[in-house]
Design a protein around this ligand. Sequence first.
Ligand code: ADP
Ligand code: MG
Length: 422
Amino acid sequence: MASSGNVGRASYKSERPHSSGNGSVSLRNNGGGAQGQQHSARPKAPMSSSRRSVTPISRTRSLPLEDDPESERVRVAVRLRPKNAEDLADSDYSDCVELQPELKRLKLRKNNWSSESYRFDEVFTESASQRRIYEVVAKPVVERVLDGCNGTVMAYGQTGTGKTYTLGRLGKEDESERGIMVRAMEDILAGTSTSDTVEVSYLQLYMESIQDLLAPEKINIPIVEDAKTGEVSVPGAEIVKIRNLGHFLQLLQVGEANRHAANTKMNTESSRSHAILMVHIHRSAQEKEDIDVGQQKEIPTDRHGHHVATIRKSKLLLVDLAGSERLDKSGSEGHLLEEAKFINLSLTSLGKCINALAENSAHIPTRDSKLTRLLRDSFGGSARTSLIITIGPSSRHHAETASTIVFGQRAMKVVNMVKVKE
Ligand code: ADP
Ligand code: MG
């Protein structure tokens, strides 16, 4: 089930949405209430440590993508990449889409006479800044994770449309270009104290094998699911405690270099693999205001009667998905076609889960791939999920852009990744 990852914290349990008792969590009828509860769970105490010298995240709380009462469904934003050199050099160039950001609508041109209109939670034109994308798409998720729930931000789209730019850009020369990964870590470090722990793993998923981007000798790392809590983890991967933002930037750089090296060795392109950054936050309950001061709640003790620290765990997944273009279009047949399908098994499986969820199907095939298994406790449910779909502007890629848009539309209907306990 979609688990918040909280450990035995009654006050946080009560924050959770209605449970249907079969291991699933339903938020459909929660109205705006979930939002209010979520806000009340934020720490209000002044922050004291050096890490907290930055403006506390709670003071600059961003708004969710839209004031939709179904505030817990997957949020989907679309981002248009600016024209690139290829578009500019194309003498047959024509625009594939027309954006109406104020209406949160996108019109996809079918031909010279007609177009189809789609509504998203947010529509970003090619001039949208990295900062704005972060604030609208990712920050509400980061805030949720600081509150103790799990969260996911994913980028989906054709290769070359800006997924890595949106998520993984380091902005070494120009900080305004920093992507979601760096900005999220900045806010996480600002929103935690030195007695909390922030750790990351950085993984690549290729051909259903999980590889460690921080320790490239580690391949085929297994996913472990806790049968009792539903918590998903990859304990075999390197887990690095983050000291400061500079340290994190170094790790991202190492990961990027390893991704490049691994793909060269395997003779493949990074567009065929998924890059997954997992951020684990462990907060000690003692310093949280929700320690239940005045409520006479018991602080847990061990068998000798000593108080034991209660740790609240949460997890943020930032996922740069493999290119969504169909590999079978390249004319592969027989064995090659099978291989092409296998390369994208995780992406196909994610699409199947999203379709099944959008159609209210009883069975959600989350076990079919590594990606959907990894997402089980972090996609929908009490977790908060944002999907950013990236598209290019040229009609030359009309078919891929159309299929990306359809994927995004289906994802907007998703509330829970797992509705029925398997
Ligand atoms: P993907 O990861 O989807 O394959 P990339 O993020 O690598 O695509 O982007 C492809 C190219 O387009 C890169 O050179 C990137 O810097 C550029 N690019 C993508 N999005 C933007 C943007 N919003 N503004 C400026 N350049 C962009
Ligand atoms: Mg990329």
